[in-house]
Write a protein that binds this ligand. Structure first.
Ligand code: GFB
Length: 323
């Protein structure tokens, strides 16, 4: 439907885990990929973004930039997650419309759905119940992004679409224990315990919540698929279709890392949503399926971690208050 041949595509957030995967995936298309560093364009400033879009003249935008983080970061910095994400979204949507960019792909998150939504969660479960309190601030910002895409479509006829990825992981993930998501945290904890010969690693919460994981390269492939093949007001779920408990994930990670100690629990930390397996029926019916199995993706991500000292890296976009 949307031919990328000869198109100029701006990937906003190209240094983040997902944005960099989208740039890698677009390398196999005959399009020109545009990027801008944080020093060149502050995405929270409308005037900066408008100037950049006016100069760079993209035909399409993939909005992969966001203030992101795991459960503790979301719970600890509600203002940052709500305010900065709203600023990024309004700046980029506004600049796209002002400069007649007719195609934009917005990235949301599975946390937009009600905490107790029926599983697997279908797209129309949006706004049918209360959100999970640990990340409602981020979720509200992401819901606003979906609504911006729909509003520009309804009022101005813009072909703006939204994808809702599940919990993502992969090379370039954030391994900082205070701000990361669970999967990179477990890789780091298991590795450091193995190296130190520590008898235990600590899991936050009960380990009973279930999560669905998708490799960032699979996600990027799905996003390019949607950019080429999908036009419509409804957001589209992007997931692997399978979930497992956090304890099972910890056991799998320990196996991949080669750590044989015990897993203990820190029950002062929150569990968050009990389960958020998304229905990916719509995307599968369009013809897209994921390729990277969780264990294979975990091993690859562990190798990446080892190659990068296992050190922490900043959030995808850190603006005023690094976590
Ligand atoms: O990945 P995570 O931080 O975020 O946590 P969410 C998932 C589950 O893993 C929670 C548990 O039940 C955590 O308590 N967990 C166990 C750990 N050990 C750890 C650990 O060492 N670190 C972390 N981070 N978790 C996020 C949202 O929710 O998911 C965002 O906060 C976003 O808004 C993202 O939507 C995809 O899956 O709970």
């Amino acid at each position: 439907m949307y031919d990328l041949k000869g198109k100029r595509i701006w990937v906003a957030g190209h240094r983040g885990m997902v944005g960099s995967a989208v740039v890698r995936r677009l390398a196999s298309e005959t399009c020109t990929v545009l990027t801008a560093t944080r020093q060149e364009v502050d995405l929270t400033r409308q005037a900066d973004v408008e100037r950049f879009v006016a100069d760079a003249r993209p035909d399409a935008i993939v909005l992969a930039a966001a203030k992101v983080g795991g459960i503790l970061a979301n719970d600890s910095y509600p203002a940052d997650f709500l305010y900065e994400n709203l600023l990024i979204e309004t700046s980029v949507f506004g600049a796209a419309h002002a400069n007649d960019v007719d195609r934009l792909l917005f990235l949301g998150s599975s946390c937009i759905y009600p905490r107790l939504a029926p599983q697997p969660i279908e797209e129309d479960a949006l706004l049918t119940g209360p959100l999970e309190p640990t990340n409602e601030w981020y979720a509200i910002a992401k819901i606003a992004g979906i609504k911006l895409a729909q509003a520009f479509r309804k009022q101005h006829g813009r072909d703006y679409i939204s994808a809702m990825p599940t919990n993502l992981y992969g090379p370039g993930d954030n391994f900082d224990l205070n701000s990361s998501h669970v999967l990179p945290a477990l890789i780091r904890k298991a590795h450091e315990a193995k190296v130190a010969g520590a008898p235990t690693i600590t899991l936050w919460g009960t380990g009973t919540p279930k999560r669905e994981f998708l490799h960032a390269d699979d996600c990027a492939d799905a996003l390019v698929f949607l950019l080429k093949n999908y036009s419509g007001a409804s957001h589209i779920n992007v997931g692997s279709g399978e979930d497992l408990s956090i304890l099972e994930l910890a056991q799998l990670t320990c196996g991949v890392v080669g750590y044989e100690g015990r897993i203990v629990h820190d029950l002062t930390k929150p569990d968050g949503t009990p389960r958020k397996l998304m229905s990916t029926a719509k995307l599968r019916q369009m013809g897209w399926t994921p390729k990277i199995e969780l264990e294979e993706g975990l091993s690859e991500t562990y190798r990446w971690f080892l190659g990068h000292h296992g050190g922490a890296r900043p959030l995808d976009i850190t603006i005023s208050n690094p976590l």
